[in-house]
Design a protein around this ligand. Sequence first.
Ligand code: BGC
Length: 719
Amino acid sequence: MTLNTSEQAAITSGSDFWHTEGVESAGIPAVTVTDGPHGVRLQAGEDLLAGVPATCFPPAVASASTWDPELLRRMGEALGDECRAQDVAVLLGPGVNLKRSPLGGRNFEYFSEDPLLSGYLATEWVRGLQSKGVGASLKHFAVNSQETDRMRVSADVDERTLREMYLRAFHKVVTRAQPWTVMCAYNKINGVYASEHRWLLTDVLRGEWGFEGLVVSDWGAVVDRVKSVAAGLDLTMPGPDAAGDQQLINAITSAELDPALLATSAERVQQMIRKAGERPAGTYDADAHHALAREIAGRAIVLLKNDGDLLPLSGEQSIAVLGEFARIPRYQGGGSSQITPTRLDDALTAITATGADVRFAAGYPLEGEDEALLAEAVAVAREQDVAIVFAGTVHETEGADRESIDLPAAQLALIERVAAVNPNTIVVLSNGAVLATKPWDERVLALVEGWLLGQAGGSAIADVLFGRVNPSGRLAETIPVKLADHPSFLDFPGEHGHVRYGEGLHVGYRGFDARGQEVAYPFGFGLSYTTFGYGAARATASAEGVEVRVPVTNTGARDGREVVQVYLSRPGSKVQRAPRELKAFASVPIGVGETTEVTLTVEREDLAYWDVRLGKWIVEDGEYVIEVGASSRDIRATVTVHVAGDPARVPLTAESSVGEWLADPRGAEVLGSVFGESGQQPAPEMLMMLGSLPLSRMAMFPGMPIRPEDLGKLVEAAN
Ligand code: BGC
C-alpha cells in the first residue's frame, strides 16, 4: 500500500527513543532498535541507561585484539540470538571509526587505528548478527574520532586520507556484508554535517559502494529534516518529530524537496520493517553466552611483557592480589553501549578459585589517594611469592575525550612500591584505550593488557595468568612512549568548531613508522607462552590481488596461536605512502612442533591509492614489498612481487609543467619534436630549471620555440 505524504513523513522519524513509527492503516508495525555494540541494551524502565540484563561481551577495544574475524562472527550470532529473544529488530553497531588519538573518548567502542583490521572484524560481526535475521547499524558514518564538541565539530580531512583511512572500514563492511542500516555521525566533515552530506550518504555510500539499506541518524544528529532527506538520510532518531514531519510536508508542497526522495526514504524504512518481520522469536542460553564472552575475552588479552617466563603461574606460588580492580572489575565503558550484565566475574574470585594461596589488598581508592591502603598492599606484597597489581582507568565514557594516557597517581605509586619489595611483580591493566607504560613497566617482570573485557573478563584474566589459555591477543593500537609522540598530538581535538586531520594518512603506526619513532609496544605486538618461527614467504600476483604463503612453526613447548600479519610497502611510489600498511592477517592455531602453511590474500582494492587528480582508485604498476611479521615491528619474512597497474594517465594541458610533459611518453614526443624542429634542444640543466614551468608560461618567454597560439594544437597532439 502506498503511503501518503504525511504518512511518509511520519514513518521517516521514530515514534520514541527506541522505536520506529508504525502506520496502523497500512499494517506497518513499529520495530525496536537498540544499542549495541557489545551487548543488547534494551531500556528497562524510565532510566535511559538502565537495561534489561544481557550478556556483556568484550567491547571492541578487546574483541579487536583477538585479530580473529571468526570470533567476531560468533559474537555477532550470539548477539543476534539475544536480539531475537528481546524482540529487537536492529542492533546499533558496530562502530568502525578509527582510533585517531589515544585520547578518543569512545576508543573502547572502536576497533583499531587501522582501517583494514577494523573492516574485516566488523564485517564478520555484521554477518554473524544478520545471519539471525537481525539488522546491524554500521556507525558512525563518518570521521567520528573524537568526543570533544562531537555534535558540531567539523573534521577537516583531505580526500585521499578520507578515502584511504576514514571511509575504508565502512567500505569493506558495506560491500561485503550489506548491513541493514548505516548510522550517520554527529559531526561535520569538511564543514557539512554528516546528516546532510549528500556526497557521503548518497554519491559514495549508494552510488559507488552499492549500499542497499537504510541510513539512520545518530540520536539527535539531524539539524534540518529537509536537508537530511535531500542528502539521502532516511530515518531520523529519536522521535517523534512532528515539527520535522511538517517541514517535510511543507517542503514538498512548496516544491523545495523532490517528493520522490521522501517516498524512497519511506520505502526504505518499510523495507527494513518487512525484513525485521521475518525473524522468528528466539531464546538464548545465558550460560553458553557467558562462556563465549569468556573465550573471546581470553583471546583478547595481550601479553606485553613476560621476563624470565614468570607467567604462566604454576598454582604453587603464594600470590598477593592487589588493587581495587581485582575485586571491582572495569569491564566496559560508559554511555550508550553500557550493558547490564547477566553476571559478572571478578579476577580476585577467579584467582582464588584456583586454590592458590591468595591474599588481597585494595591498594588504592577509586578516587584520590590513601596512604594506609597503599602501605597495607605493600606489606602483603612483601610476604607473597608473586604480586599481581590490577591497575587501570577509572572513567571512560562516550561524550568526553580522555585527558591523559597516564595511570592515576595512586595506582602508579602502588606499582612502584610493590615492584620495589617483590621482584615477581605482574601488572594487569584494565583500560578502554592505551595507557602509557613507560617507565614503570621496566620495573615489573610481566605486563598483561586486559583492556575492558566484558562480563567474563575476571575469569579470562585468570585463564591467561594460569596458562589455561595461551595468550594470542595482539595490539590493535600502538602504545606510544608518551602522548606527545603520537601523530595526532598537535591536531587533537581542534578548536572553534574545527579539527584538522593534520597527520593525514599517517594515522597510528603509519605515523610512528614514517618518523622512525620509538614506541612502547608496536601495533600488532603480543607475546605467547610459546614461540613461533617463520619460513620464507612466497607471493603471487593475480587479477584479484596478491596471495602470500608462509610456513609458520610452533617452536616452543605449548600449543598456541600466532597472528600472522602481512604489511605492504611500495618503495619509489609516486605518491606519499606510509612505510608499511597492514593488508592481510590470520589468527592460526599451531600445535607444538607443528608447521602450518598460512595463506593470506591481499585484495587488489587494498593495493590502490586514491588519486585525487583522476578521482579514482589506482594500483600503481611495479614492485611491491610484502613483509610478513609477528607485529608491525617484527618482520620475519620479506618478498617482492610485481603487480600490473591500472591505466592512470592524467591528460596533459597547457597548465601542465614542462616536467610533466616530458615525463609523459606522448607529451615528450610532442615537445621533443617542437624543440628538434627549432634546432634549440635545451641542455639538461636548462631542462631541470624549466621543469616546473607550466607550458603556457614558457610560451610567453621570448625566444622559446613554443608560442601561445601553438598551445591548443600541442595539447591536442599530446592527448
Ligand atoms: C550514540 C550512538 C548510539 C545512540 C543511541 C548516541 O549518543 O552516539 O552510538 O547508538 O546514541 O543510543
